[in-house]
Ligand binder design. Structure first.
Ligand code: FE
Ligand code: FE
Ligand code: MG
Length: 171
C-alpha cells in the first residue's frame, strides 16, 4: 500500500473509495463480457462494422477493469476475487442479449453506457478534491464511456436511417 500516497486522501474514507471502486470493477467485467458475447451472436445488416466497434469497446472495458484493480491495490484493498460477486456488487447489471438483431444489441449496449456514465459521474463528484489520483482515473474512464455512448448512438442512427431508406425504395 502507498503509505504517503494514501495520506494525501482527505475528507473521504479509503475503505469507502475501495468499495465504490470494487462496484465499478464489477461493472467493467460484466460490460467486457457483454460486448464480447454480443460481438459473437449479433445478426443483421452492417453487422461487420458493429462487431469491430463492440470488440474495441470490450478491449476498453477490460482496460478500465485493469485501471481500477491497480488503484484498489494501491489503496490497500483487494479487487473482487470471485466472479459471483460481480452480480451482487454491480451498479449497472448485465443485459443478457436475448434478441440478436443489430438494433436490439445496440440498444442494450447504449443502456449500459448510459448507466456507466452516471456511475462515473457520481464517482468524480465523490472523489473530487478528496482523492485526486482516483479522481483522475475515474475521469479518464468517464471520458471513454461518453465516447462509447456516442459511437453506439451514431451506429444506431445510421442503421435506422438505412433501414428506412430500404423500406422507402421498396414502396
Ligand atoms: Fe468501462
Ligand atoms: Fe463503455
Ligand atoms: Mg468506440
Amino acid at each position: 500500500m502507498a503509505r504517503v500516497g494514501n495520506s494525501i486522501i482527505k475528507g473521504i474514507e479509503i475503505d469507502e473509495v475501495v468499495n465504490l471502486l470494487n462496484r465499478a470493477y464489477a461493472d467493467e467485467w460484466l460490460a467486457y463480457y457483454q460486448y464480447y458475447i454480443e460481438a459473437k451472436v449479433i445478426k443483421g445488416i452492417m453487422k461487420d462494422s458493429i462487431i469491430t466497434e463492440l470488440n474495441q469497446h470490450a478491449t476498453d472495458e477490460l482496460r478500465h477493469a485493469d485501471m481500477i484493480a491497480g488503484r484498489i491495490l494501491q489503496l490497500g484493498g483487494t479487487p473482487l476475487l470471485n466472479p459471483k460477486d460481480w452480480f451482487t456488487q454491480t451498479n449497472c447489471g448485465y443485459e443478457e442479449p436475448k434478441n440478436f438483431d443489430v438494433l436490439a444489441i445496440l440498444e442494450d449496449s447504449i443502456k449500459g453506457e448510459q448507466c456507466a456514465i452516471e456511475t462515473y459521474s457520481k464517482l468524480t463528484d465523490i472523489t473530487k478534491d478528496k482523492d485526486i489520483v482516483t479522481y483522475d482515473i475515474v475521469s479518464q474512464i468517464l471520458a471513454d464511456e461518453v465516447e462509447h455512448e456516442e459511437d453506439l448512438q451514431g451506429l444506431y442512427e445510421d442503421i435506422s436511417e438505412f433501414k428506412e431508406q430500404i423500406k422507402e425504395s421498396l414502396k
